[in-house]
Design a protein around this ligand. Structure first.
Ligand code: ADP
Ligand code: MG
Length: 310
């Protein structure tokens, strides 16, 4: 595996003794979109901070594109763009100046074309001469992204990029992330919006209480842990489970009015057995009013792993 970030045995104990990371091993593949999911306080921001040099590592090693993030900090940091969780930026400078300055921090030669493109991609071009303080919250967040991209990083961290942002910005952000990936940028995003991971990610990691509890291709994860429920609402209640249905993974509601079929496996197999079940009901003269299919989402899977989403 060609990994662009390699984390080995990473521990972080904050002053006061709180152990926020308890031995994390994680490899991020070059060019992927990796979503790190976890409830609040799980250690997501700490993990990103450790990779980006904002959090002092207690134990373990991290490399970014082959550079040790501690011993070879500048080289490693050059590869990385970080969009922080907190909206902290200099309010009284102009948008253009702040991104030009950000690029300069990394000793990159000036490149007005690149900066213009970044601002255009983020719908910020017409705001380039505005002071950041004059912008709306959503626009300020766009500026943070522009700053992170100013030095053309190969790796982009987005820490809770869409927490509290409007739908439009969220959509723009997703589109921008896809564009960046097409250009070969590796993207690591943390989120507790599971739909974001479901929509965007190639791989999913779940962190809880400072430990990575699972890393998996999204498709494989949904296939392995996902299931589909089909609820069939009957025209007339059944007294009990008909013996003809005994071979099926099916339950009957207490009022005898709803049959629930639970299917695991790939979509196509599920569709086939759902259809077979409907045929079976027809053959047994069990009339129904409605059919409702619910395919488990990543959210259902996440809740079953961590027990909560917040
Ligand atoms: N500077 C700090 N000092 C002490 N504890 C901290 C500090 N920053 C974070 N923590 C604690 O470390 C844990 C992980 O925090 P964080 O990495 O921010 O989690 P997440 O981003 O997943 O919500 C939390 O319990 C948090 O209170
Ligand atoms: Mg956080």
């Amino acid at each position: 595996m060609d990994s662009i970030i390699s984390i080995k045995g990473l521990r972080k104990t904050y002053k006061g003794g709180y152990e926020a990371l308890k031995g994390v091993d994680l490899d991020i593949k070059r060019g992927e979109i990796f979503a790190l999911l976890g409830p609040n306080g799980a250690g997501k921001t700490t993990l990103i901070g450790a990779v980006c040099g904002l959090v002092r590592i207690t134990e373990g090693t991290v490399t970014a594109d082959g550079h040790d993030v501690v011993k070879d900090f500048r080289k490693a940091r050059e590869k990385i763009g970080l969009v922080p969780q907190e909206l902290a930026t200099d309010m009284f400078v102009k948008v253009w100046d702040t991104i030009e300055f950000s690029r300069g921090l990394f000793n990159k030669t000036p490149n007005k074309k690149h900066l213009e493109q970044v601002l255009r991609d983020l719908s910020l071009w017409d705001k380039k001469d505005n002071k950041i303080a004059q912008l709306s919250g959503g626009m300020k967040r766009r500026v943070l992204i522009a700053k992170a991209l100013a030095h053309e990083p190969e790796i982009l961290f987005l820490d809770e990029p869409t927490a509290g942002v409007d739908v439009e910005l969220r959509r723009d952000m997703w589109e921008m992330v896809r564009k960046l990936r097409e250009r070969g940028v590796t993207i690591i995003l943390t989120t507790h919006y599971i739909e974001e991971a479901e929509e965007m990610a190639d791989r999913i990691g779940v962190i809880d209480k400072g430990q990575i509890i699972l890393v998996e291709e999204k498709r494989a994860l949904m296939k392995k842990l996902g299931q589909t429920e089909m609820k069939v609402e009957l025209k007339a209640p059944l007294d009990g489970m008909p013996p003809e249905l005994s071979g099926w993974p099916v339950t009957l509601s207490d009022d005898g009015l709803v049959l629930t079929l639970t299917m695991k496996g790939e979509d196509s197999e599920e569709d086939a057995s759902a259809a077979d079940f409907i045929k079976k009901l027809a053959a047994e003269n069990i009339d129904f009013k409605t059919i409702d299919m619910h395919r488990s989402s990543l959210e259902d899977i996440f809740v079953s792993l961590v027990g909560k989403t917040q």
